[in-house]
Design a protein around this ligand. Sequence first.
Ligand SMILES: NC(=O)c1ccc[n+]([C@@H]2O[C@H](COP(=O)([O-])OP(=O)(O)OC[C@H]3O[C@@H](n4cnc5c(N)ncnc54)[C@H](O)[C@@H]3O)[C@@H](O)[C@H]2O)c1
Ligand SMILES: O=c1ccn([C@@H]2O[C@H](COP(=O)(O)OP(=O)(O)O[C@H]3O[C@H](CO)[C@H](O)[C@H](O)[C@H]3O)[C@@H](O)[C@H]2O)c(=O)[nH]1
Length: 327
Amino acid sequence: MKHVLVTGGAGYIGSHACKLLLQKGYVPVSFDNLVTGWTSAVKFGPFIRGDLLDRGTLDAAFAEYEPVAVMHFAALSQVGESTREPGRYWRNNVLGSLNLVEAMVESGCKQMVFSSTCAIYGDQDGVVLDEQSAQMPLSAYGASKRAVEEILRDFGVSHALRTVVFRYFNVAGADVDAEIGECHQPETHLIPVMIEVAAGAREALTIHGTDYPTPDGTCVRDYVHVMDLVDAHIKGLEWLQEGKGSRAFNLGTGTGFSVKEVIAEGKAATGHDVPHNYGPRRAGDAAALVSGSRRAAEELGWTPERSTLQQMIADAWRWYRTGGYFR
Ligand SMILES: NC(=O)c1ccc[n+]([C@@H]2O[C@H](COP(=O)([O-])OP(=O)(O)OC[C@H]3O[C@@H](n4cnc5c(N)ncnc54)[C@H](O)[C@@H]3O)[C@@H](O)[C@H]2O)c1
Ligand SMILES: O=c1ccn([C@@H]2O[C@H](COP(=O)(O)OP(=O)(O)O[C@H]3O[C@H](CO)[C@H](O)[C@H](O)[C@H]3O)[C@@H](O)[C@H]2O)c(=O)[nH]1
């Protein structure tokens, strides 16, 4: 049996990856400290409650399961929060990842699929964002992810660590069976916040900034369905298992939607009003982040299949309506 250590396996994207890994014949071992995750999201393999900052628990995990690879999702990942608490982000994301990488190479596990982000690119007016674009993160979150990419490169040189780095754009939607989904406490991401408003669980959504240099003044993002995203992770794992070298890939659809467009689609997809008001810009936000790369399609054979805005909102809505929130 091939074990894969999934850090952050109790979180939103990690739990979806675990489900697909199991379907593909791997045993996903979730390693998570539950800072933003849920034990009830760990349904597809063993669970180790551990912190990336605790090297002993990491070493024990590698010794017990001898994973063929690591999928590294665990991180603090809120852009706004990271601008207020940069120390937490640097410590958790960078030192935590360094611990993980050192535990990996010492145990002989030399393959990692890493969750990076388009937030490493920052704001680049009119520039098509591909993997060669300049990296100018606007937040401690984005900077911490860029730093981890550098650590991975260095350990590639020194220890033959091979990594597939995925720079996600904005992930949304939920498992097609509504068995798992997105659940953050408190929720800050646009689509799940909108779902809570449509369901009447929140009074209104605040649009953070209406004076961006975008067609309607609100931020533009490239949304990708979580199921398409984890499908790419299996392809990334296979890439490494076939012995191919380290590579970075953007994961987005290439189409951007403004906050106002997302709200309009939310109303249509849920059949409910989405009351909203206007607030100031949120620190750390880029005006527009849209992928301009076809590398994942051309080299991994990855084609997003559920990543229409309508489908992502419909799946998130179904997950919410089936009472799926983790406790
Ligand atoms: N959601 C998005 O749109 C998006 C976009 C780009 C990148 N990402 C990246 O994808 C990854 C997963 O994001 P998510 O949305 O599933 O977030 P999430 O918060 O739902 O999941 C992260 C998981 O990591 C765990 N964790 C955090 N720090 C840990 C530590 N020190 N030790 C052990 N476990 C720890 C949390 O408890 C949680 O279960 C993150 O690395 C994030 O930066 C997410
Ligand atoms: O109540 C809300 C919530 C969000 N937004 C806006 O909606 C857009 C999307 O915001 P999210 O919080 O949903 O997502 P982010 O773009 O901030 O961040 C997400 O995608 C990033 C990459 O773009 C990171 O990787 C990060 O981990 C992930 O959470 C932003 O312009 C944000 O200001 C609002 O206007 N109101």
